[in-house]
Design a protein around this ligand. Structure first.
Ligand SMILES: [Zn+2]
Length: 297
């Protein structure tokens, strides 16, 4: 992805896992081979592999402002035990080296903001040092939407049979709180500037209760870091495709359609949590449905 210049802000993408093909049913419980066949042409091999696997990326967006370095979403993390999802178990990726290549050392980071608290968005919040999970970014304030944290904390405290979010609440979220690095914010929190000209959050319920999109705007341009509101562009053709992790599938579809319509009407730059490189692009209308076009295509 080319660095995105939005007024005084710059957004770059740093990958943890550049491309991973996943089983369509893992991503969308209600997908069919017919849906994939009907959309393979416009999506192409960047999004659908020859064996029908749907391609995801796991990446962080780095937002640089005049005064701050902000990370949005921290992928899966290294050394995490994820027995319920072997593709993310015990990873050893060069994520910190990739961040360094983009000019970001852990001590440079001022804010970490996760769009939501699922395991593939919080992983690098912490790293393993002498057998303990410690904040990876030692100076950073980790902003968490209070409704999101409270929801998963309540589930965690009820002693569920499976650890919350595949174990990531315990190894990647709670240590941040215990080290005093968490800052709980509202889902309409403003990080810098003001709505429309700055960096601010917009509530995005459905996939999780307190999920947020992060908006970076200047006078003439708006980018939306949309997390998992849209997982894969197949959902632009079939907005009712539902991710099994959606806490409220009907609300998730509503949130998705609202964003797609806004994107198509305004031409804003969409930066999703999982679209592979070059990632950034625009949503366009296609009859009653939508399409995605990479920037510059
Ligand atoms: Zn995700």
């Amino acid at each position: 992805m080319k660095p995105q210049k939005i007024g005084a802000y710059e957004i770059t993408r740093v990958a943890e896992i550049d491309r991973m093909g996943v089983d369509p049913k893992f991503l969308f419980g209600n997908v069919t081979p017919e849906i994939i066949a009907a959309n393979r042409g416009w999506l192409g091999p960047v999004f659908i592999e020859p064996d029908d696997k749907l391609v995801l990326s796991f990446h962080t967006f780095v937002i640089r402002t005049k005064h701050h370095v902000i990370l949005v979403d921290t992928c899966n993390g290294n050394d995490k035990r994820r027995p319920s999802m072997m593709a993310w178990d015990g990873l050893k990726t060069p994520y910190l080296e990739n961040l360094a290549a983009a000019g970001v050392r852990p001590e440079d980071v001022d804010y970490v903001m996760c769009t939501h608290l699922h395991t593939d968005h919080v992983g690098w919040n912490t790293r393993l040092v002498d057998g303990k999970w410690v904040p990876t970014f030692p100076r950073a304030k980790y902003l968490m939407a209070k409704t999101e944290f409270d929801y998963f904390n309540t589930v965690h405290q009820s002693n569920p049979p499976q650890p919350v979010n595949r174990g990531s609440f315990i190894d990647s979220v709670l240590p941040i709180v215990e080290h005093g690095r968490a800052v709980m914010v509202d889902t309409d929190h403003v990080l810098e500037g003001a709505d429309g000209n700055g960096i601010w959050l917009v509530h995005a319920p459905g996939h999780t209760p307190g999920g947020v999109q992060i908006r970076v705007g200047a006078r003439d341009r708006l980018a939306v870091l949309s997390g998992d509101i849209i997982h894969h562009p197949l959902q632009l053709a079939e907005p009712t495709l539902s991710n099994p992790a959606d806490v409220d599938p009907a609300v998730a579809v509503k949130t998705k359609l609202k964003l797609m319509n806004e994107c198509a009407d305004s031409g804003l730059t969409l930066l999703t949590g999982h679209f592979p490189d070059p990632t950034a692009g625009q949503v366009t209308r296609h009859g009653e449905r939508f399409r995605f076009r990479f920037q510059g295509d």
